[in-house]
Design a protein around this ligand. Sequence first.
Ligand code: DNO
Length: 356
Amino acid sequence: MEMTLRWFGKDFDTVSLRQIRQIPGVTGVITTLYDTTPGEVWSRERIHALREEVEAQGLHISGIESVNVHDSIKIGTPDREQYIDNYIETLKNLGEEDIHLVCYNFMPVFDWTRTELARVRPDGSTVLAYTQAAIDALNPETMFASINKDANGAILPGWEPERMAVIKELFEMYKDVDEEKLFENLKYFLEGIMPVCNRYDIKMAIHPDDPAWSVFGLPRIIINLENIKRMMNMVDDPHNGVTFCAGSYGTNRKNDLPGMIRALKGRIHFAHVRNLKFNSDDDFEEAAHLSSDGSFDMYEIMKALYDIKFDGPIRPDHGRMIWGEIAMPGYGLYDRALGATYLNGLWEAIDKSERK
Ligand code: DNO
């Protein structure tokens, strides 16, 4: 595996490449062109410039998170053809710049959903949290207003103001899209892009729906092993794989995380590893990466990745806000650096004991 950190680009991130370079064992970044909109072609020039910027700091681009999929593709409207062509063009440009991993999601309307961005934990750190009761009491617009207020001035991925301005229309457009339709549209999209993925050896890594169930009545499909298998079988190509996000699949306590990792051997192209602390089945908050701070056994998660000989990028995921840092919720430097170091430590220990 390769330890990496997500980086949103110099105009959007409070963390610099220089700082990332100094986290022991982190050799690559997972990045994006954050100012592009879904459906837009990423030019070869911009990708090249991004690559040069990263490489100038002694790092490299380990993958893209995300190339977002336009709603027309998810909904299946006739203009999807144009957007799939654009996506193919972006993949080609990424391939020509020697980038071979793309994380994306197929969630309708929203990306991830949390009901609090700064819940205070007993140690005084603040974290993202979710309660079903809060979702049930809100509608999408009021929720956006509350998210926006706690975002520390950052634009959160999936919660861009221009999308929220048209949220009612977006919901309306999805009204006939149920789970079956969403699967069908995902298949159509994947079939369209697999040839370019094969040509440039680009691994597509779908990110799970977070939380792993329907919110606000919208269909969600990438939520458990059964559905992932369905997704992989319907377009059976090794380039059609997954981002194993422990924190997203782990929102559903029925998901056996190490068991899922083992069952997905060969098709996990990217891993997000983080911990959650459950206060009840319907209320969880994000914890430090350390097992004892939350509800997951992080050793077992890393061991499963080790056992399947996972050789793709891993990144610590959302971190807590600690030591007075002000950053995009979940994406500060300090706690993610602690997370990376802890995960590297687990990996080293597993590796040494396995080699004995
Ligand atoms: C949240 C992230 C997601 C993820 C996208 C992938 O912090 O894990 O926004 O990047 O769902 O497309």
